[in-house]
Design a protein around this ligand. Structure first.
Ligand code: ZN
Length: 331
């Protein structure tokens, strides 16, 4: 019998569900921990990691994994599942958007992390060593952040380093079930500066996707269900659970896409909604000063679909305002 999977204090046990914590020791800033579950199937097989809460104010995937934890029957499972319930507990507990509360770093920009760095670096390092290096496949489950209204979509990391890994990742995105898929060719190829959680796995030969379902800091039943169905669909696709997940038959591939950023600091007044089609040059929104006088207008740089838009007024220069992507149906 192979040795058990160990993640933090959780020690996998054949046919069982075990939860525990990865302890992140105190460093420059306070200690924290990461709640995890290992579900070990009756039969051996691949290891799938499902990660939620890299951004703490994205609760739909977090609540979804609480359900996935009990929905997966270890007796019917082949292989093992690592659930990272809330990767960024400081951000979740202190309700921050984009960045960790202590170091003001975006956890999904510091991978593979450092054991000696600030909290975000240390969390990323622990996830890289304990989760990514021990898994065969990974899904990094996001939603619109606490300030973002979002229509569901996935990112397919078409990295171009290993075509087989890219192809498996594409199939995983289709199995997750969101029918809008951003084709992302711009991720870094340096293993030591992989930046993003899923890219860190992908660069290590483990097919990975990033998903987006939910938004504005509120878990909705619809978004939770998309995340649960997505996770279960990937498990079926990888033949870790019985049943067959139909792959999305007619996906909308999104390319190119652009993240719009704010030219000014002030208050943001969006003029578009998530899932709205806009034409190049259309007014995307306005930035006013704190007195309500317009200081900048932002126009759509391309024709496309609004994938997400910031819907709360606080705005800093250089921060994201939203994302537009061009959809094509051809595959
Ligand atoms: Zn996120």
């Amino acid at each position: 019998m192979s040795s058990p999977l160990i993640v933090g204090s959780a020690i996998g046990k054949r046919g069982e569900r075990v939860s525990g914590f990865i302890d992140i020791l105190r460093g420059f800033d306070p200690e924290t921990r990461i709640p995890v579950t290992i579900i070990t199937g009756a039969d051996s097989g691949p290891v799938l990691a499902l990660v939620a809460g890299i951004h703490g104010s994205e609760p739909s995937p977090i609540i979804a994994l609480q359900r996935v934890r009990t929905e997966i029957d270890p007796a019917r499972l082949r292989g093992s599942v690592i659930l990272v319930h809330i990767a960024n507990l400081p951000s979740f507990t202190l309700r921050t958007i984009y960045r960790g509360p202590w170091d003001q770093k975006n956890l999904n920009r510091v991978f593979p992390g450092r054991s000696e760095g600030t909290a975000s670096d240390r969390i990323a390092h622990a996830i890289t060593v304990q989760v990514i290096e021990q898994c065969d496949y990974l899904v990094d489950m996001h939603s619109g952040d606490g300030n973002e209204s979002l229509r569901p979509y996935s990112y397919w990391n078409k990295l171009g380093v290993d075509d087989a890994v890219d192809e498996r990742a594409k199939q995983m995105a289709l199995a997750f079930g969101l029918d809008h898929i951003v084709v992302d060719r711009g991720r870094p190829r340096d293993r030591n500066a992989s930046i993003f959680c899923s890219n860190t796995a992908h660069l290590r030969g483990k097919p990975a996707v990033t998903t987006e379902a939910g938004g504005v800091g509120v878990p909705t039943e619809t978004a939770i269900a998309l995340n649960v169905q997505g996770a279960m669909g990937v498990l079926q696709h990888l033949e870790m659970l019985p049943g067959r997940r139909e792959l999305v038959e007619h996906p909308f591939w999104i390319e190119p896409s652009e993240v719009l950023t704010s030219p000014e600091t002030g208050t943001w007044h969006p003029e578009v909604k998530a899932d709205e089609l806009v034409t190049k040059g259309a007014l995307f929104g306005r930035i006013t000063n704190y007195f309500g006088e317009t200081i900048a207008e932002v126009h759509a740089p391309i024709d496309g679909l609004v994938l997400y838009v910031v819907v709360s007024p606080a705005m800093g220069k250089g921060e994201p305002l939203g994302m537009i992507g061009q959809t094509t149906h051809a595959d």
